[in-house]
Ligand binder design. Structure first.
Ligand SMILES: *Cc1c(COP(=O)(O)O)cnc(C)c1O
Length: 420
């Protein structure tokens, strides 16, 4: 087997430089929260491939479902010859997302594609152009979703022009907005929307209930309900982008559940497929069904193998009560990290972060975050950084991680964060 070093050399002459990796070790096998690289080193996984393998890597039910489906048929295209598993995944989305109103769903391949389609649906249903997004937002890397994403480097630099009719409003960010309460922060955002966009022009208000790539920013309580209420009154569609937060990650099936939020549309991907690429848009039937026949779709959306994986992942989440597992992970991680008195420790369930700041204030310290991440990697723990200022160390362990693995990972994080 080639070593990671050899593979790095091959990569340099074959893979585009724009595609980077967090570590330079190449994966041989992975299971649960463990990864083994091609040189025989073992890694503990606090990243889950960016919140994807919530049911664990190569989860037994997912593997069995994928194998069985691959032998039955691999692809027909749901738009050509339909099959049951696509319908069953839509039924699960309808059942699991907040709100008991009548819903419909549609399946896609990636998070960005789901967000694009949610915007298409909102614009079509309302006949309005404007989409309101927030500071620090991340919604993907396609042209429309680059426009929706806030951060220029590395996502948008020299890649414009971007899609029009996208407007950015201030986010509730308790560490950095002077601790505004949720209602006041929402009023500030609504003021920007009303003055700069105008309620009757707004097709959709699109927001991550807890921001992911932007820095695991959890808005102050009341912020999301106030925005949803404004959107309802203005006749705009309230879209929760639950691509990172959804499917048990934050200790509920969806982060919107936390404040009893019932978004008009929800976008899902990442954890939903148990490691296979699948995404969805689910929400109010009258919005979803506003689009004419043939107006939504794609060649691979809801591919049968990905659908089989998603159904097996959801079964695993139910059977192992992974919302409870996520809450347990948060209950273990948050106090331990807070006891270190380093940076701003925040998170919900198994979506946990430390935002590193310079002593005595809130000035971002990205160097410290990078140093700590590297120390974790050197000790065999896979962690990620994020944030507009690159100063947030974030943890997304698989929800099936054992207490022993979690404790070992936290020992490594603790040593890394206490480095001078
Ligand atoms: C990852 C992510 C996306 C984009 O998903 P892709 O599958 O990478 O296209 C969109 N929104 C949020 C909140 C995400 O975390």
């Amino acid at each position: 087997m080639p070593s990671s070093e050899e593979l790095q050399k091959r990569r340099a002459t074959a893979v585009a430089r724009g595609v980077t990796s967090v570590i330079s070790s190449y994966v041989d096998t992975a299971a649960g929260a463990g990864i083994r690289d091609v040189d025989g080193n073992t890694w503990l996984d606090f990243a889950s491939g960016i919140a994807v393998t919530s049911v664990g890597n190569a989860a037994p039910r997912v593997v069995a479902a994928v194998q069985a489906q691959a032998e039955r048929f691999t692809h027909t295209c749901f738009m050509v010859a339909p099959y049951e598993s696509y319908v069953a995944v839509c039924e699960q989305l309808i059942e699991l997302t907040p709100g008991t109103f009548e819903k419909r769903a549609a399946l896609f391949n990636s998070g960005a594609e789901a967000v694009e389609n949610a915007v298409k649906i909102a614009r079509h249903a309302t006949g309005r152009p404007a989409v309101v997004v927030f500071d620090h937002a991340y919604h993907g890397r396609t042209n429309l979703t680059m426009a929706l994403t806030a951060k220029v480097m590395p996502y948008k630099h020299r890649m414009g022009p971007f899609a029009p009719e996208v407007y950015r409003a201030p986010m509730s960010y308790p560490l950095r907005d002077g601790g505004l309460d949720g209602f006041s922060a929402a009023q500030k955002a609504i003021d920007v929307i009303e003055k700069q966009v105008g309620g009757p022009n707004v097709a959709a208000v699109l927001i991550e209930p807890i921001q992911g790539e932007g820095g695991f920013v959890e808005p102050a309580p009341g912020f999301l309900p106030a925005l949803a209420e404004w959107a309802r009154a203005a006749g705009a569609v309230f879209i929760a982008d639950e691509i990172q937060t959804g499917f048990c990650r934050t200790g509920d099936w969806f982060a919107s559940d936390h404040e009893g939020l019932e978004p008009d549309l929800v976008t899902t991907a990442k954890g939903m497929g148990g490691g296979l690429p699948i995404a969805g848009v689910v929400g109010r039937a009258e919005l979803m069904d506003a689009v004419h026949a043939g107006g939504l779709g794609g060649t691979y959306g809801g591919n049968p193998i990905a659908c089989a994986a998603a159904l097996a992942a959801v079964e695993t989440m139910r059977e192992l009560d992974l919302p409870a597992a996520a809450r347990h992970i948060g209950d273990v991680m948050l106090p331990r990290l807070r006891s270190l008195s380093v940076g701003d420790v925040r998170g919900r369930g198994a979506m946990v972060a430390v935002e590193l700041v310079r002593p005595g204030g809130i000035e971002p310290d990205p160097v410290r975050a990078a140093t700590a991440a590297k120390a974790c990697h050197d000790a065999g723990l896979l962690v990620l950084t994020c944030g507009t200022y690159g100063n947030v160390l974030r943890f997304l362990p698989p929800l099936v991680i054992t207490d022993d693995e979690l404790a070992r990972g936290l020992d490594i994080v603790e040593r890394a964060l206490l480095l001078p």
